[in-house]
Ligand binder design. Structure first.
Ligand code: PMT
Length: 404
């Protein structure tokens, strides 16, 4: 999302200015063209040299300094920006922008830009709660400016409360959201499942699989960025959902079944990327099982097939499944798509290098019930998610046109 985007980072006078260093470095690593603008007060906390080195661009510190590159200075930067982020944003910058004061480079540039502007406030709790600051924030929000945070906790001034710069991951997530201009899934509710399930033998042992949840989490994130209201039902994973995605955590297939059935009805789209165990131990021992001499035989019972159940129940929903296969990939996927009454299935041959479990990439084919197959190149799971959602949006459009 950040690749080749021109992002202006405005840094103002706050002890949290040092956190802008990490932000700039992060944006740069994600491929953004980052231009930093520092107010006079910001330069008391941080040197322009640090930001110049990390952003690999000149840092603007004064309104009337000799321009380093004419075309990106002043109004040029305002016009070229895809996004302006003010991190950290002091009470002073919020007040000045709110009242139309343009007396330095940052305020002038904000006044002149048509790009979205995101403020991440950081200040003392009393300053933040001051009715003047609160009113300024409310006015700016009304005018279409965006805010993220602040967070709560220990503040640099020794007090505790609201006013900390919110975590970088939350700021980056909000920035990503603002960079996606088209929101074709606005007003749609999308249900995504992700991760493995755990089928318990006793309180400490379970049967599971290698799913990390990355594929499903990528689908949830991209659906959210496209404007959807997203519910993610997830098995145990180490990853965090994208901020704004509602996440319901479950462990067993039965719990996933119950959570999905409680949510699916008012969803327009359901995408099942989870690797659900087909079987569970017939009984779950209440205590840790003791070792015995000789072998142990397990009897397994069938779990409900959640996707097949939804296929039977679905009304106008778009239902997308995944198929993790190791042989006869396309034929098996086509059989599942038909049997489970899906709109299409995303097949991945999990034996291929770069595909399947616990990787950042995948190699998938879309298999449609009419026999059509679309094979995709190896790509990041985020890009696979975007391709799936593009297909979903096409189908929603066809449905609303009364054509499918
Ligand atoms: O999580 P990652 O590490 O990123 O890995 C991604 C992935 C390989 C898990 C993902 O790309 C994938 O293929 N997910 C589906 C894995 C799977 O369980 O496939 P399946 O062929 O067993 O099931 C077919 C479909 O039915 C799936 O949509 C599954 O969610 C659903 N199912 C299966 C069994 C069951 N009891 N209930 C179900 O709903």
């Amino acid at each position: 999302m950040f690749k080749d985007k021109l992002i202006v980072v405005g840094i103002t006078g706050s002890i949290a200015a040092y956190k802008a260093v990490e932000l700039v470095s992060n944006l740069r690593k994600k491929g953004a063209d980052v231009h930093c603008v520092m107010t006079d007060s910001a330069q008391e906390f941080l040197t322009p040299l640090t930001l110049r080195t990390l952003s690999q661009n000149p840092v603007i510190t004064a309104m009337f300094a000799e321009p380093k590159r004419w075309n990106v200075e002043h109004v040029g930067l305002a016009e070229a920006a895809d996004l302006v982020m003010v991190v950290p944003a002091s009470a002073n910058i919020i007040g000045k922008v709110c009242h139309g004061i343009a007396d330095d480079f940052l305020t002038t540039m904000i006044m002149a830009t048509k790009a979205p502007v995101l403020f991440a406030p950081a200040m003392n709790v009393q300053m933040y709660l001051n009715p003047i600051v609160q009113k300024n924030i409310a006015v700016l929000k009304e005018q279409g400016y965006h805010f993220v945070g602040p967070g709560s906790g220990n503040l640099a001034c020794g007090t505790e409360g609201q006013g900390r710069l919110i975590e970088l991951s939350v700021i980056l997530a909000r920035a990503e959201e603002l960079l996606v201009k088209e929101k074709p899934l606005l007003g749609k509710k999308v249900l995504v499942t992700a991760g493995p399930t755990r089928e318990f033998l006793d309180p400490v042992r379970f049967l599971t699989n290698r799913s990390s949840g990355r594929m499903g989490y990528a689908v949830a994130k991209q659906a959210y960025l496209l404007g959807a209201d997203v519910v993610l039902i997830s098995g145990p994973t180490e990853i965090q959902p994208f901020p704004g995605v509602q996440c319901i955590r479950i462990e067993t297939a039965q719990e996933m079944y119950e959570a999905v059935l409680a949510q699916w009805e008012d969803c327009q789209v359901i995408i099942k990327a989870a690797a659900v165990a087909d079987y569970r131990p017939q009984s779950r021992n209440p205590e840790k099982m003791k070792k015995q001499s000789g072998d142990l035989q397990l009897v397994l019972s069938r779990n409900p097939d959640i996707l097949a159940e939804l296929g039977k129940k679905k009304k106008s929903q778009i239902l997308v499944g995944f198929a993790a296969e190791t042989e006869n990939v396309l034929a098996s996927a086509a059989e599942k798509a038909m049997r489970k009454n899906l709109d299409f299935i995303v097949a991945n041959d999990v034996t291929r290098e770069g595909a399947g479990f616990a990787l950042d990439t995948n190699i998938v084919s879309f298999v449609f019930p009419n026999g059509e197959i679309r094979e995709l190149e190896i790509m990041s799971k985020d890009d696979v998610a975007k391709a799936i959602l593009k297909e979903v949006i096409k189908k929603l459009q066809m449905r609303s046109d009364g054509d499918g």
